[in-house]
Write a new protein. Structure first.
Length: 753
């Protein structure tokens, strides 16, 4: 063993650490052997030879790059990367590279106190024998959030904030003069004014809002929003700007538009909805080619938000920042001020409204014979709730398919009348044709259930239940999909001309906002195939996109009603990529559309407003918009969509725990909904609330986690807990603060096993 100048034994592991530190602290420098020996104080010949041998191995591992015969530098190409830091409360932090590669472990001592979601630059550490790959944070490029939410603790000389989920390494120190009246136990929002550094590990902040006492419904919902940096109140100047907007429609504006006020039109929404951003109209039109077949003109009418919200205005800037409405269990945090989203733009019954519409001419099999994209004025005859429409669509003993439009004596029904039933049945018939054709074309079937709660006047959940799609929701869905697809094709599809070369043709494509969905991860798809084989199912993982998706659909249909249904659906969903917004169109795999966008919900989604503006510009003959600007907006909207979904999930978790808090000790039938190395997640069959049985509470054996087969297997007795298995659980704890339900396996189950 070589000796260091100090006389201490120098082993190879210690030398690797010394070399790593030297090169990571000087990532842009090249060092000769002589410089390295001097800096590391290697004076003996064996120590120098060991260093040369070690650097040679580090170069072989791509950690170092050789510069000539006698010099090395850090291999920046493979060793320095940028990406996102992911902080875990258990210390198992990781770095997610921008290129989408696998996460890399970052120990706490190498984290540079980075926070969850921060953009960071890292260097890869030379891999030690029998150790996983590790990265070291060398620079924090930007912090994801500059505020935190938690509980205040006020002492005699200082105060601090205890954050939700312990997202920070240390609690946030708050100078007492910056408390804004907050007291111990209050939930508060704190702005970070000082981040940890080499000189100080403390995080320092100041209170910007005291939310109130823990447990209050409004306080908890606002805390969830604040935790994700989402707004929970509207700026006064934005509301004032909205209140100044004139809702009146001039005759001059009506003349600019196609008039649908005398055509049967209705909205169909959830019963508690207030912002109606889409409506459907239908009338039968004369078929000049055949007297035997019918043609229908179906209008998909969308609130003309961009008419009222001008680009760059005060309202537009706030909408851009929010990018989406946020739907918590008991409330909606709208993207637009209430005066706009619930009144001026909302397609309320018996009120004249401005719309941007896609009007289709469809035959009886819902084939599109013609379409036009036009600005319109409408007057909705009726506002339906999904439940009402579902009741109407139940099989009728005398189903009439008569549609208004051909009989001048056939007046549209009033808001309180029973009219419109035949129109709804016709729309349903057409929607079913569209849906059938879509799945034949390769769309993937994933009818996921959504957990909902009935809430009392104090915000307390009184019932938990799943909502599934039905004929009423699918009717709306199909026409919205058709409109979105048509708009995307109208701009994205460039008709080829024989006189033009492909390059010239490509240049004529205009910048547009697409909703894209990439093909499934091939590795995950293969894992799914290997997994379902064990249940006797076959599945394709190669071939055309359509062949793979049809194979997936056959799998979904085949496992319907079987014990393994939820298990297979869960594993299949994990193979799917996330949809997002982009100006670079790659199509939408899940829908099997080559072109797709979001046009139909501008009241609650900013990308739809962008689409409306671009569409208007191009229909008026305008030149292509700046792609870089719109791609940046697309990325922002995709990020905000994900953030809003996380907040929504947290509000569901909170209400779930609140709902179960008075049921401690009760037993329920459940099924295993998730398997992790630290325990099993179980979903109660009766109310769909989910909790976890910790590995520590599985005390009848030592269980190994079989990640490939989604199960835990006991070493001694070989008991198995498999994803999807039925199980009996007892509610052990309901921790509202952590939004966590803890279950125990019923003693009855333990005895049987």
């Amino acid at each position: 063993m070589s000796k260091h100048k100090s006389g201490k034994r120098l082993n190879k592991q210690r030398l690797v650490e010394m070399l790593q530190t030297l090169f990571q602290q000087n990532p842009n420098e090249t060092f000769s052997f002589k410089q390295i020996f001097q800096k590391l104080k290697l004076s003996t010949h064996p120590a120098k030879m060991l260093a040369v041998e070690t650097m040679d191995e580090m170069a072989w591992d791509d950690y170092l790059a050789k510069d000539g015969d006698n010099a090395y530098r850090l291999n920046l190409k493979t060793q320095v990367q940028e990406g996102t830091f992911i902080r875990k409360a258990n210390g198992k932090n990781s770095f997610q590279p921008d290129d989408g590669g696998k996460p890399i472990f970052v120990s706490e001592r190498n984290s540079l106190f980075a926070m969850n979601g921060d953009r960071v630059r890292v260097t890869m550490m030379a891999r030690r024998e029998k150790h996983i790959k590790e990265a070291m944070v060398v620079e924090i490029l930007s912090h994801k959030v500059d505020q935190a939410v938690g509980k205040l603790k006020v002492e005699k000389d200082y105060a601090f904030l205890v954050t939700e989920g312990n997202i920070f390494v240390h609690d946030v120190l708050i100078p007492k003069k910056k408390l804004k009246g907050g007291k111990t136990g209050d939930k508060a929002v704190v702005k970070i004014t000082q981040w940890p550094s080499k000189d100080s590990k403390n995080i320092v902040g100041e209170v910007i809002d005291v939310l109130g006492k823990e447990g209050d419904n409004n306080v908890e919902m606002h805390a969830i929003l604040a935790q994700y940096g989402l707004p929970y109140k509207y700026p006064k100047n934005v509301e004032e700007a909205a209140n100044k907007i004139d809702a009146g429609i001039t005759e001059q504006e009506i003349k600019r538009r196609e008039d649908f006020r005398d055509v049967f039109t209705c909205t169909i929404d959830p019963k508690d909805a207030k912002d109606f951003d889409d409506a459907l109209s239908i009338r039968q039109v004369v078929n000049g080619k055949s007297s035997n077949s019918k043609l229908y003109e179906v209008g998909v009418h969308i609130a003309d938000v961009s008419h009222y919200v001008k680009e760059g205005s005060t309202i537009d800037k706030e909408a851009t920042k929010r990018a989406t409405s946020v739907y918590l269990v008991d409330r909606t945090i709208p993207m637009l001020p209430e005066h706009l989203c619930n009144f001026i733009c909302s397609l309320r019954p018996d009120e004249e409204k401005l719309c941007f519409s896609v009007v289709f001419v469809l035959d009886e099999e819902a084939n599109v014979k013609d379409y036009r994209i036009v600005h319109t004025v409408i007057k909705s005859n009726r506002r339906y709730a999904y439940e009402e429409v579902q009741e109407i669509l139940r099989p009728s003993p005398n189903p009439s398919l008569k549609v208004r439009g051909t009989d001048t004596n056939d007046a549209p029904p009033s808001q309180g009348g029973d009219g419109g039933e035949s129109e709804l049945r016709t729309l349903d018939k057409l929607a079913k044709c569209l849906r059938e054709r879509r799945f034949k074309g390769g769309a993937v079937k994933f009818d996921r259930e959504e957990l909902h709660f009935d809430i009392d006047e104090n915000g307390k959940p009184t019932r938990a239940y799943f909502k599934k799609s039905n004929d009423a929701t699918q009717l709306i869905e199909e026409f919205m999909l058709l409109a979105n697809r048509t708009v995307a094709e109208h701009i994205g599809k460039v008709k080829s001309q024989s006189s033009k070369s492909k390059d010239q043709n490509a240049k004529s494509k205009k910048t547009f906002v697409y909703r894209i969905h990439d093909q499934p991860d091939p590795t995950k798809l293969e894992s799914l195939r290997e997994f379902v084989v064990k249940f006797g199912y076959k599945m394709k993982t190669s071939g055309t996109k359509g062949a793979i998706s049809r194979s997936l659909n056959a799998l979904m249909d085949g496992c319907q009603g079987k014990k393994e249904q939820k298990l297979i659906e869960t594993v299949a969903l994990r193979a799917m990529m996330k949809a997002k917004y982009s100006t670079h169109n790659i199509g939408h795999y899940g829908l099997a559309f080559d072109y797709y966008t979001h046009f139909t919900s501008p009241i609650r989604r900013y990308p739809d407003t962008m689409v409306h503006r671009l569409l208007t510009k191009y229909l008026d003959g305008g030149r292509s918009a700046n792609q870089e600007k719109y791609e940046e907006l697309c990325e922002h909207c995709s990020d905000m969509e994900q953030t809003a979904q996380q907040a929504e999930r947290d509000s569901i978790k909170y209400k779930m725990v609140e709902f179960m808090s008075d049921k401690i000790g009760q037993e329920y039938d459940a099924h295993i909904s998730g398997i992790q190395s630290y325990g099993i997640y179980c979903e109660i069959d009766e109310n769909h609330c989910e909790g976890m049985v910790s590995m520590h509470d599985l005390d009848d054996d030592y269980y190994d986690f079989d990640e490939r087969n989604y199960c835990l297997v006991g070493r001694r007795h070989h008991n198995k807990y498999q994803l999807g298995d039925p199980i009996r659980i007892k509610v052990a704890r309901a921790n509202i603060e952590k939004r966590q339900l803890d279950f125990l396996i019923s003693e009855e189950v333990k005895v049987k096993r």
